[in-house]
Ligand binder design. Structure first.
Ligand code: EPU
Length: 339
């Protein structure tokens, strides 16, 4: 089978190839393709918008992408159920819902990628995660072509995790996602710089649109635009440690940035640790640690997947040396090497 080039299909802008790439615009197209190819022995892999992927060399898979469009709204009193196709651009959905006066997604403004990928890693930002608004999703099972609905509970959401990264990895292609939004704002202002960004307004004046604008401003100030500098957002997850480790680290590093979780464990800011390890702005050829947000790795032009991986391993090793904590990738690594 011929090779398909993937440079334009991943936000890192990395040259890579795969055995084949198929984009579908409807569920029936997916089902028809699966029936036709059921005796094909090639391994299949599902990609979303390509904004959370590190591709390395040749990926010996057929990549499938559900580019289902369309958004439907069902009003239920003060609430609204929003069902969006997997191929809808996430940020466009956030903007459209805000324009219609349906609230809840404002803190998740400007996250790259498509709706279908959002549940897989339970996207989150500024104190809100997809799981807070999620109702259900529809997916096609690759093995059978059956259409299956997954409820909130069945998705098993956790920090940057769902069952589609665990037990069901690679088995379902998500075609649509349903969220519950509200006509009454319930603003989440307590994360990071949001309040600071809105300090010119009194609390009762603040609208969801103001919050979205603030998030867009904060994100654009720190996170590189993939159209200008290849990247996949946060490269690493923030590691979660128990109280004993947290207390020891806090004594040794009083400025340690950490958030206590409801279960009593602590999420440490990996970006802060990488920064403290002296690596912000560090470069290895065309692979670099972003100058403004150390959790983000960037491609200055011609970095290969291997270059980025080599840098990531170096960063992880330095953080382990300084803090004794292991940081792991948040992005999917696909191709000739793995983490
Ligand atoms: N920090 C530094 N130096 C750095 C980077 C961060 O000191 O180079 C400090 C910051 O000052 C802050 C703390 O570390 O005190 C946390 O930084 P930030 O608020 O930027 O958030 P983050 O933990 O680095 C997470 C998400 C982002 C999300 C932001 C805001 C993960 C892996 N990343 O980053 O998500 O936008 O919080 O909610 O959880 C993504 O997943 O791709 C992503 C960008």
């Amino acid at each position: 089978m011929s090779k398909v080039t993937l440079k334009g299909l991943n936000s890192f802008g990395i040259a890579a190839s795969c055995s084949d790439f198929v984009r579908f615009s409807s569920e029936t197209e997916i089902q028809a393709w699966l029936t036709k190819n059921k005796n094909n022995s090639e391994q299949l892999f599902i990609i979303g918008g390509g904004s959370n992927l590190l591709l390395i060399g040749h990926v010996p898979f057929v990549l499938l992408q559900a580019d289902v469009q369309g958004v439907e709204y069902i009003e239920q009193g003060n609430e609204v159920l929003v069902t969006a196709g997997a191929g809808v651009n996430w940020h466009q959905l956030v903007m459209e819902t805000l324009d219609k006066g349906y609230y809840g997604l404002e803190n998740l403004s400007l996250i790259p990628g498509n709706v279908g990928a959002a549940p897989i890693q339970n996207i989150g930002a500024y104190g809100v995660e997809l799981k807070d608004l999620f109702v259900e999703l529809e997916a096609i099972e690759l093995a059978t072509g059956d259409k299956i609905t997954f409820t909130h509970q069945e998705c098993d959401f956790a920090y940057r995790y769902s069952i589609f990264k665990g037990q069901y990895k690679g088995q379902y292609i998500i075609t649509s996602v349903t969220l519950r939004l509200s006509k009454t704002p319930d603003l989440k202002l307590d994360y990071g710089l949001i309040r600071q960004e809105l300090e010119h307004l009194s609390e009762d004046q603040i609208t969801p649109k103001n919050v979205s604008d603030a998030v867009i401003k904060i994100r654009s100030g720190k996170l590189p635009d993939p159209n200008e500098l290849g990247n996949a957002g946060s490269f690493f997850k923030n590691p979660i440690v128990d109280e004993v480790i947290y207390t020891r680290l806090k004594a040794q590093f009083p400025n340690l940035v950490a958030f206590e979780l409801p279960d009593g464990r602590f999420k440490l800011a990996a970006g802060w640790m990488i920064d403290q390890a002296g690596l912000k702005g560090y470069r290895l050829g065309d692979a670099g640690v972003h100058k403004k947000q150390a959790l983000v790795l960037v491609n200055y032009g011609d970095a290969t997947g291997k270059d980025i991986l080599q840098l990531a391993r170096y960063v992880s090793q330095k953080v382990k040396q300084k803090f004794g904590v292991i940081i792991e990738p948040e992005v999917w690594i696909l191709g000739e090497e793995s983490w």
